[in-house]
Design a protein around this ligand. Structure first.
Ligand code: HEC
Ligand code: HEC
Length: 358
C-alpha cells in the first residue's frame, strides 16, 4: 500500500514537472516568435507620406475598381489583384491588355503597405510610385497619363470627388493625385486577426500543437532570417538560390531581378523577400508563378535558400504553420461607378502601343 502511494506521488510529480517544462517551452516559443514578428494592427495606421482622409480612401476605391483607367475599359487593378481572391489573380503570370501575358506573377496588394518597397525587384519605393506603373504598362492597362486625366475630367462625379479628396489643390484631377488616392485605399487593405496574430498578442491557445511545431521549425531551420517582421517577409532583398539554383523553369534565366534596378553584379537574381501573410490564398508561388503546391514551395526554399533537405513531415508541419497566417480579409463594398459622358475617350481594344513591362 505504502509502495503504491509512493509510486502515485512520483507519477503525479513527474506529470507536474512535465507540465511545467512544457509550459516553459511554450512560453519560450512565444517569446522567440514575438522577438521576430509583429502582429498586423487592427486599426488603420498613420503612415508617413500617406494622407488617409475618408474622401481620399473612397476615391481610391473607385479608381481601384474602375476599368476605364485602362485603354480597353476591361482591366482594373482588381482584375489582377482581386479582393475576393486574397488580392491576386491566381495566374502563373498576369494577363493584361490584348491578352498579353506579363513576365511575372502578381503579388498580393493586401498588407503591401508594410513592404520595404513595391514589386518583386523593389523598383517602386512606395505604393504611390507603384500605382502609376500598371496603368501605363503595355502588358497591363496600356493607357497614358493624359488619357487617364482626360477620362476622369470628363466624368463630373469624379471631378467633384477629386476636389473633396484634394482640397486646396487648384487642379485636383491629375495622374499623380490618382496614384495618391489609390495608395490611400491600398493602405486600408490589411488582414489582422489571424491565429498567428492572436498568438503574437499573447494567446497561447491560438495555435495548435502541430501549428506550434511548424512555427518552431520555421524559426529554427532559418526561414525567419529572411521572412520576418510584420509581413513575415517584405523587408529585405535576397538572391533566389543562395545555396542552390532551383532550375530554369522556376528561376528563368532572363529575369535578373534587382540587377536591372541597381545594375550591381551582386544583385543578379536578387528579389524582394515576399510576405508570407495569407500565403495559402495566393498560389502559384515565386516570381515566375511556376509552383502551385505550397509544400513544394517550402521544400524548394529549404534546398535553394538554406541548403537543407526538409523531410516530408517537416515540410507539412511548416505548411500547417503557414496557414495560420491567413487573416480576416478586408470587407470591401463594391462601388457603383458614375457613367461616362460624351467627352470620355472610348475604349480601344486589340494589341497596340508600348509593350514594355510595368
Ligand atoms: C494585368 C495585371 C495587373 C494589373 C491590371 C495591375 N497589376 Fe499590380 N501587379 C501585377 C504584377 C504582375 C505585379 C508584379 C510585377 C513586378 O514585380 O515586376 C504587380 C505588382 C503590384 C504591386 C506590388 C506588390 C508587392 O508586394 O510588391 C502593387 C501594390 C500593385 N501591383 C498594385 C496595383 C494597382 C494599384 C493597380 C491598378 C492601378 C494594379 N496593380 C494593376 C499585375 C497587375
Ligand atoms: C535567404 C533568404 C530566404 C530564406 C532563408 C528563405 N526564404 Fe523564402 N523566399 C525568399 C525569396 C528571395 C523569395 C522569392 C523568390 C522568387 O520568387 O524570386 C522567397 C519565396 C518564398 C515563398 C513563395 C512566396 C510567394 O508569394 O510566391 C515561400 C512560400 C517561402 N519563401 C517560404 C520559405 C520557407 C518555408 C523558408 C524556410 C524553409 C524560406 N522561405 C527560407 C528568401 C528566403
Amino acid at each position: 500500500m505504502k509502495k503504491f502511494a509512493f509510486c502515485l506521488v512520483l507519477l503525479i510529480g513527474a506529470a507536474y514537472a512535465g507540465y511545467v517544462l512544457a509550459e516553459k517551452d511554450s512560453d519560450e516559443l512565444m517569446q522567440q516568435a514575438q522577438s521576430q514578428f509583429k502582429p498586423i494592427p487592427t486599426e488603420l495606421q498613420e503612415i508617413e507620406g500617406i494622407t488617409l482622409t475618408p474622401e481620399r480612401i473612397e476615391l481610391g476605391k473607385w479608381l481601384y475598381f474602375d476599368p476605364r483607367l485602362s485603354k480597353s475599359w476591361l482591366i482594373s487593378c482588381n482584375t489582377c489583384h482581386n479582393l475576393a481572391l486574397g488580392g491576386v489573380d491566381l495566374e502563373e503570370t498576369s494577363i493584361g491588355h490584348g491578352w498579353a501575358k506579363g513576365p511575372r506573377n502578381a503579388p498580393t496588394v493586401l498588407n503591401s503597405v508594410f513592404n520595404i518597397a513595391q514589386f518583386w525587384d523593389g523598383r517602386a519605393e512606395d505604393l504611390q510610385a507603384q500605382a502609376k506603373g500598371p496603368v501605363q504598362a503595355g502588358v497591363e492597362m496600356n493607357n497614358t497619363p493624359e488619357r487617364v486625366e482626360q477620362t476622369l475630367k470628363s466624368i463630373p462625379e469624379y471631378v467633384q470627388r477629386f476636389r473633396k479628396a484634394f482640397p486646396g489643390d487648384s487642379n485636383p484631377v491629375t495622374f499623380d493625385n490618382m496614384a495618391d488616392a489609390i495608395e490611400a485605399f491600398e493602405a486600408t487593405l490589411l488582414t489582422p486577426g489571424s491565429p498567428f496574430d492572436k498568438y503574437l498578442n499573447g494567446d497561447s491557445q491560438a495555435l495548435s500543437k502541430a501549428q506550434k511545431k511548424g512555427l518552431k521549425l520555421f524559426m529554427n531551420k532559418g526561414c525567419s532570417t529572411c521572412h520576418n517582421g510584420i509581413n513575415v517577409g517584405g523587408g529585405s532583398y535576397h538572391p533566389f538560390g543562395v545555396v542552390e539554383k532551383p532550375g530554369s523553369k522556376i528561376l528563368p534565366e532572363a529575369d535578373k531581378g534587382r540587377f536591372v534596378v541597381t545594375e550591381t553584379a551582386s544583385d543578379k537574381y536578387v528579389f524582394k523577400v515576399p510576405s508570407l501573410r495569407n500565403i495559402e490564398l495566393t498560389p502559384p508561388y515565386f516570381h515566375s508563378g511556376q509552383v502551385w503546391d505550397l509544400e513544394q514551395a517550402v521544400a524548394i526554399m529549404g534546398s535553394s535558400q538554406l541548403g537543407i533537405k526538409l523531410s516530408r513531415n517537416e515540410t507539412a508541419a511548416i505548411v500547417t504553420f503557414l496557414k495560420t497566417l491567413t487573416g480576416e480579409q478586408p470587407r470591401v463594398e463594391y462601388p457603383i461607378l458614375p457613367p461616362h459622358t460624351k467627352g470620355t475617350p472610348l475604349p480601344v481594344t486589340g494589341v497596340s502601343g508600348n509593350v514594355a513591362g510595368h
